[in-house]
Each structure stands twice: as structure tokens, then as C-alpha cells.
Unconditional design. Structure first.
Ligand code: SF4
Ligand code: SF4
Length: 332
């Protein structure tokens, strides 16, 4: 475990990555935001939103560093150094240790001990911190909201920011009595956190996932016409197994988007506006160095209809997809 000065040194030239696992309604996003607000440096906090509803598993990501360039990434954290789990039932549902950097810490709201957690996860030699945040929440806050409380345990194992900095962030975000109760709760969490250091004593590898390099795009020379269909950036396949071209965004939409070659004037406005690179263009054999429109890539077209809006000659239209996935009401 690093002390406060060692962690300060790490943060000068590295990005410290955090991931929060919670259930919808437990405040995982707020916990992530509070980390950025408490940290005396640069940070980004990003939730991953899907079709969440109350009780469904959620994830939030945080990047912190003194180096502005290192936190400038809108990708999720793939190799967290600290993972906080707000609900112990997630341990058997989600791979909460996925991608964890060697020597990283798993912080769990639970009454289980290290052995029980490792048996639940089917993994050994983890650095584990446990805190009965639910009990503290019920006693101090009067309700089972554990998002601030887990941060008290995070401070204890990480030293990324101090308890005073966390208390200030809480006082700035919450009001009156609620703010005071939350500060009291994090202080209790700090004291009551149980630490189980792995016997392997591996130091945390802070070089991992500091930033995923963009391998295809050169700054100032994007070469955008060479991008794959739906491909935004290639990534390091050791970290992310598939590129964005493998993601079937075409399954999201209710509409088939139809291109009329006869009407199309090749103005390329649809190509510029398509958020998914789903407008297919090919080299024009008759005009050297020029491209021409060739159709719609249905695998990636999510039917946002931007292209329909922008086409000046109404060469793009839509028709409702058929089948159980279709939920749009036909327009008259
Ligand atoms: S509907 Fe949206 S995603 Fe599909 S081709 Fe048009 S702009 Fe692209
Ligand atoms: S905006 Fe319309 S006319 Fe222009 S390239 Fe696209 S389909 Fe063709």
C-alpha cells in the first residue's frame, strides 16, 4: 500500500484509474464524481449507461492525474487500480476484477472476510479491503445509501486524496444535515475498513491503461477516408479485443435507411454527419482521387436519421423494420 507521499509521486506522471460497481439507485455515479471533486489535480468521471433501471448493475469510471494529458480520454477504464463494489451480491454476478492492474485493490461493501470473497470470486492473491458500509449507512444516514461511505475506505487504501479533501467535496455537493451525516459516515468508514494485503506483495502497476494509444490516426493527418466502416479508432487489441467495427449498432434502430442512387448527387453531406461511419463511400474510378457514395452499411446504421435530415435532394428515406424488435409507431 502506498502512503500519501508515494501516491503523490505516482500521480505526477501516471493516471490512477478507478472503477465503481453498483446497482442502479445506489449512487455509483455520484461516488465517481466525488472522487474527481475531492482530488487536487485533473480528473474525469464517466458512467457507463445502458438500459439501467433501479437495481441493475452499473459501472462508473474515474481517471485522476496531475498530468492533464493523461486523463484526457473518453474511454472506459479497462485496467483499474482500485475497484469499489457497493453491493456484495455483484461479486457473483459481474467479473468485478476484470482487467484489474496487478497489485490493485478491491474494496467491497460487505461483512464477508477475504477468504469468503476470494471463494465467491474464484480468485486468490487479491488485495482486498472490506467495509460494512450498509451498517454505517443505516446507523448514520438512516437509509442504505453507501456511495460516500465506500469512499472512506477508498481513501484508507489509496491515499489519492485526503479525508479532509473528501469531506470538503461532500460539503460542497450535499446540503445541511445530510452533508454533515455523510462526513461522519466516511470518517467511520475510514476507521472501520479491514485490510487484507495479498501475500504476494506485488506493487501496483500504474503504467497499465494510463492511456490506450490511437494507432491509426496521426495527429494533423487523420486520413479519415481510410477508416474502416464504423471504425473510429483501432485500439490495442491486448486491452480491447475488438474494434468498433465489430459492434452491431445496426441492431439498435427501428428503421431501415434506404438510399436512392438515382437521386443522389454525391454531395457527401450524409457521410460527414453519420455518427457511425455507416455511409459507404468508394473510390470513384471515373474521377481520380475522388470518392462516391455507395450505400448504407446496415450492420452499423443505428437509424438516427441524421442523413435523412441533411440530404438536400431527399435521396435517403426510411422504412419501419419488421419483427419483434420494432417498437416505433409508423409515421403517417
Ligand atoms: S441513419 Fe444515422 S447511422 Fe444510419 S446512415 Fe444515416 S446518419 Fe448514419
Ligand atoms: S446527402 Fe444525399 S445527395 Fe448527398 S451524398 Fe448523401 S444521399 Fe447523396
Amino acid at each position: 500500500m502506498l502512503d500519501a507521499n508515494q501516491m503523490k509521486d505516482v500521480l505526477k506522471n501516471n493516471c490512477v484509474n478507478l472503477r465503481f460497481h453498483a446497482r442502479g439507485g445506489q449512487g455509483g455515479v455520484t461516488a465517481a464524481d466525488l472522487c474527481v471533486e475531492a482530488y487536487d489535480g485533473f480528473g474525469v468521471s464517466q458512467p457507463k449507461f445502458g438500459a439501467e433501471r433501479m437495481g441493475s448493475p452499473t459501472m462508473s469510471f474515474v481517471r485522476l492525474s496531475k498530468n492533464y494529458d493523461l486523463v484526457r480520454s473518453n474511454e472506459q477504464v479497462y485496467s483499474p487500480h482500485f475497484v469499489s463494489v457497493l453491493d456484495e451480491s455483484l461479486l457473483s454476478e459481474i467479473d468485478v476484477t476484470a482487467g484489474m492492474a496487478e497489485g490493485g485493490w478491491l474494496i467491497v461493501n460487505t461483512t464477508m472476510n477475504q477468504t469468503e470473497i476470494e471463494m465467491t470470486l474464484g480468485k486468490k492473491n487479491l488485495n482486498i479491503a472490506t467495509i460494512d458500509a450498509t451498517n454505517i449507512a443505516m446507523e448514520v444516514l438512516g437509509r442504505n445509501i453507501t456511495n460516500t461511505i465506500i469512499l472512506g475506505a477508498l481513501v484508507r487504501v489509496s491515499n489519492i486524496f485526503t479525508m479532509d479533501e473528501l469531506a470538503d467535496a461532500i460539503m460542497a455537493r450535499f446540503k445541511g444535515e445530510l452533508a454533515g451525516k455523510n462526513v461522519k459516515a466516511i470518517k467511520r468508514a475510514f476507521e472501520e475498513t479491514c485490510l487484507y494485503e495479498s501475500p504476494s506483495s506485488i506493487k501496483i502497476d500504474f503504467t497499465k491503461d494510463t492511456k490506450v494509444p490511437w494507432q491509426q490516426v496521426s495527429l494533423g493527418l487523420p486520413g479519415y477516408k481510410d477508416l474502416d466502416l464504423a471504425g473510429v479508432w483501432y485500439t490495442d487489441t491486448n486491452i480491447i479485443k475488438v474494434g468498433s467495427d465489430q459492434v452491431n449498432t445496426g441492431s439498435w434502430g427501428e428503421w431501415n435507411i434506404i438510399w436512392d442512387e438515382e437521386k443522389c448527387t454525391n454531395c457527401a453531406q450524409c457521410w460527414y454527419i453519420c455518427p457511425d461511419f455507416a455511409i459507404v463511400i468508394v473510390k470513384d474510378d471515373e474521377k481520380a482521387g475522388k470518392y462516391k457514395m455507395a450505400g448504407i452499411d446496415q450492420f452499423h446504421c443505428k437509424s438516427c436519421q441524421n442523413c435523412i435530415e441533411v440530404c438536400p435532394v431527399k435521396a435517403i428515406s426510411k422504412e419501419l423494420k419488421q419483427g419483434p424488435g420494432s417498437c416505433a409507431v409508423p409515421e403517417s
